[in-house]
Design a protein around this ligand. Structure first.
Ligand code: SAM
Length: 295
């Protein structure tokens, strides 16, 4: 391993008392868009990385863990995959994963930041892997808040791949009771709403629990799941909501049958992984069972 003095470092601050340092091999882009700061760098361990407002969004070498976890349990659990909606998802990897299912006739992706989309096409083409030019893809550059207020479509799955709802993030207004209600009206009766739902570390799971608590007011089944994402240096949580079925209890054979329909090979997700990511540790189950804050 070369001496550390040789490197420049990207330092991500998780809390004022926690930092993760990654050595930088190359900086491809650093700038400001109308909505957020953006960095695209290359690191020795994770390959290329997209960073928005100082937060790692995804990394080349493990983005499939995050994106397969976000998309496939939800698509496996929905009855009708013909119309899918993605909120956010600027890199195009969520779109890529959705379009791997041949039953998807149209996937609408709404991201507020055209610069993130264009810079991802230019510097991170491995993420979208051709998804942006798939005739089934419809990319809308606009605020998901306004889109949801005006849209009349109904979707078998809605996938929320928004940035963390930090105070000054453009995603913040989307985490409200009113928006959660709006999303439900856009979902088919037997559809699944899935969202990236913040960290699930024992030391930082309150935002996740707040999301789950709010969503329990809208859906019969609200299933949290999580996996470690090395580039996030954290356990990352998701929530799958449905009135029809509890995604935590989907049959193994149903997951196998779903995976067999996907084009290309999975990296992370299969029936065994499904069982593992929906099995929650006691501390997280306890946190989720508590009453407390809602949006
Ligand atoms: N994996 C990610 C994470 O860990 O937070 C999320 C990935 S994706 C890059 C997040 C996307 O959400 C960004 O492209 C950002 O532009 C988009 N976004 C944020 N606020 C939005 C809004 N109000 N409407 C639509 N897209 C939004």
């Amino acid at each position: 391993m070369p001496k550390t003095e040789r490197w420049h470092w990207y330092v991500e601050e998780f809390f004022p008392t926690e930092q993760h340092h990654r050595a930088i091999d190359a900086v491809y882009y650093a700038g400001e868009t109308a909505y957020q700061s953006i960095g695209i760098i290359e690191t020795p361990v994770f390959g290329k990385m997209l960073i928005l407002d100082g937060d790692t969004q995804s990394a080349q070498n493990d983005e499939k863990i995050y994106h397969e976890a976000l998309v496939h349990p939800a698509l496996a659990g929905t009855a009708d995959r013909s119309e899918v909606l993605i909120l956010g998802g600027g890199e195009g990897a969520t779109l890529r994963e959705v379009l791997r299912h041949p039953g998807v006739k149209r996937c609408t992706m709404v991201d507020i930041d055209g610069d993130v989309v264009e810079l991802s096409k230019k510097y991170l083409p491995e993420w979208s892997a051709g998804a942006f030019t798939d005739p089934r893809a419809r990319v809308v550059i606009g605020d998901a808040l306004a889109f949801l207020a005006n849209d009349t479509g109904r979707y078998g799955a809605i996938v929320s791949d928004l940035t963390e709802p930090l105070e000054d993030s453009p995603s913040n207004p989307l985490f409200s009771d009113e928006v959660f209600r709006n999303i439900k009206t856009r979902l088919r009766e037997d559809g699944v709403y899935v969202l990236q739902a913040s960290t699930a570390g024992f030391h930082n799971m309150s935002l996740h629990a707040k999301m789950a608590r709010t969503l329990r007011g809208y859906y019969r089944h609200v299933a949290s799941f999580y996996t470690h994402v090395p580039a996030f240096d954290n356990d990352w949580a998701f929530i799958a909501c449905s009135d029809r079925l509890d995604l935590a209890r989907i049959e193994e054979a149903a997951v196998d049958a779903y995976c067999a329909q996907l084009r290309g090979e999975n990296f992370f997700y299969d029936a065994e992984t499904h069982r593992r990511i929906f099995a929650l540790p006691l501390y997280l189950r306890r946190e989720l069972a508590k009453s407390g804050d809602t949006f």
